[in-house]
Design a protein around this ligand. Structure first.
Ligand code: UDP
Length: 441
């Protein structure tokens, strides 16, 4: 069939070529412009550090040469636009090996902030979506490495890379470097073993990932196996240290999960590594997503009147398929307990979230374990207040440096000052004592 589209004449063809040429030029210029400021920062800052730290670098080079016979070690990595490059590090185990990377940054193979550099064998299976990382220079510090160190890298590396790609600015780069340095101080250091169970003051905590924690709960519902899960932060462990009853309740739980940066720091003190910070607040939306896809229903029990209902409304807006079997506030008298348990059981909920704060919620769950019907029961602390919109959660950058507790302290100083200002150092002191008494593991 003859096409009605007229064949373009020489003039139109030339203007088409001009348009294509202009588009290519424009796109390249746009990429370069986006890159100009971060690159200028990288050049100036790496030059400054190379000059400023030159005596230290020289000393580190001499130490490397004397101890290992060579100054540098080089690793072949994949850089921007998949171009291979050699990343330098000073030879040997003395601290400061990474300082040699400054020359990679000055040369333009790397940046201060960017996606984690990968080896050739790691990139063979990357999807086009994951390849977004190759439009940027690999970084000495990456958002994913920082989140993993702090224990909040719950999503894939691509999510962190994409977050970084869409938000990169010089200010953001400086922030990421600063947060990474803090992260190194809190939870960095050498590779440490990751035992499946962590032990603080006799409380056994499961060392796992967020995905596994959610899978475990869904499986318990599928297997119809009644399970009680508790989350512990340093404050809970301080209470367990002195309260025999709570300690017993925690040891009767099917799983105790680690909540908060304090546990991460404690792990570092005990020379082990925490896989992830599995706190109820980060677990909740992931559990809701799975519950929505698997058709499981939730009962929210706790917080002030109206709060649990607001959480249900908010989550249903995000996940229309999510079923809430019931909600109830957490203020009641002892005589009402049986009626409330009946209400919960009658709702046929699969998962029960109890939010009275620790240790009250755990004691209540343990006491009523045999009477309750929902398969999985969790004690989740103040999380309803966050998801109801009543209480703002700490911004991500604060969570990335383990400062969520500071945010909470600033919002409720009267209630929380003792928990954090006395409790946190006390917890670390007790961990130090545990280590000294060789009570670990
Ligand atoms: N709460 C409750 N019933 C009570 C006491 C407290 O429902 O008898 C609720 C309170 O409204 C708040 C939560 O329990 O929503 C306690 O939050 P907190 O911040 O103490 O918990 P955390 O997450 O720190 O364990």
């Amino acid at each position: 069939m003859k096409s009605d589209t007229p064949i373009p004449g020489p003039l139109a063809r030339r203007s088409n070529i001009f348009l294509i040429w202009w588009r290519i030029w424009f796109e390249h210029a746009a990429i370069l412009m986006m890159d100009i400021l971060p690159r200028t920062f990288d050049i100036l800052f790496s030059l400054f550090l190379l000059v400023f730290l030159s005596p230290l670098l020289l000393l580190r080079a001499i130490v490397a040469k004397v101890s290992t016979g060579k100054v540098f070690e080089a690793e072949l990595l994949v850089g921007r636009f998949r171009t291979p490059f050699l990343r330098l590090r000073f030879s040997g185990k003395t601290p400061g090996a990474r300082l040699a990377c400054l020359s990679n940054i000055l040369a333009g193979d790397m940046a201060f902030a960017g996606p984690r550099p990968m080896r050739e064998d790691e990139i063979s299976n990357l999807t086009p979506e994951q390849s977004i990382r190759f439009t940027l220079r690999p970084g000495l510090y990456s958002l994913y490495s920082l989140r993993r160190k702090i224990g909040i890298a719950y999503d894939s590396e691509t999510v962190s890379d994409t977050d970084f790609y869409y938000s990169e600015t010089v200010k953001g780069d400086v922030g990421l470097v600063a947060r990474s340095l803090i992260g190194d101080m809190l939870a960095g250091g050498d590779m440490r073993p990751t035992p499946p169970i962590l032990n603080f003051f006799g409380v056994e905590i499961v060392n796992t990932t967020m995905d596994e924690a959610v899978d475990w709960m869904v499986k318990k519902v599928r297997d119809n196996a009644a399970s009680f899960v508790a989350f512990v932060n340093p404050d809970c462990l301080n209470i367990a240290y002195t309260q025999e009853k709570y300690r017993q309740v925690l040891s009767s739980a099917d799983r105790v999960l680690p909540d908060g940066i304090g546990i991460n720091i404690g792990c570092r003190m005990l020379n082990v590594s925490l896989l992830a910070n599995i706190n109820g607040t980060d677990l909740f939306p992931r559990l809701c997503e799975r519950a929505a896809t698997e058709g499981l229903s939730l009962f929210l029990f706790g917080a002030k009147p109206g709060i649990a209902q607001a959480v249900a409304n908010n989550m249903r807006e995000r996940l229309p398929a999510l079923q809430f079997a019931g909600v109830r506030d957490g203020y009641f008298t002892a005589d009402e307990t049986d009626r409330i348990i009946e209400e919960i059981n009658h709702s046929n909920a699969d998962i029960l979230l109890v939010a009275f704060g620790a240790p009250k919620q755990e004691l209540w769950l343990a006491e009523n374990h045999a009477k309750l019907k929902p398969c999985v029961r969790l004690g989740v602390g103040g999380l309803f207040d966050f998801y109801s919109g009543q209480m703002p959660r700490a911004p991500l950058w604060m969570r990335e440096i383990g400062l969520e507790w500071t945010w909470r302290l600033l919002h409720e100083p009267g209630r929380l000052w003792r928990r954090y200002l006395i409790g946190n150092p006390l917890f670390l002191f007790r961990v130090w004592k545990q280590k000294r008494m060789n009570a670990y593991p």
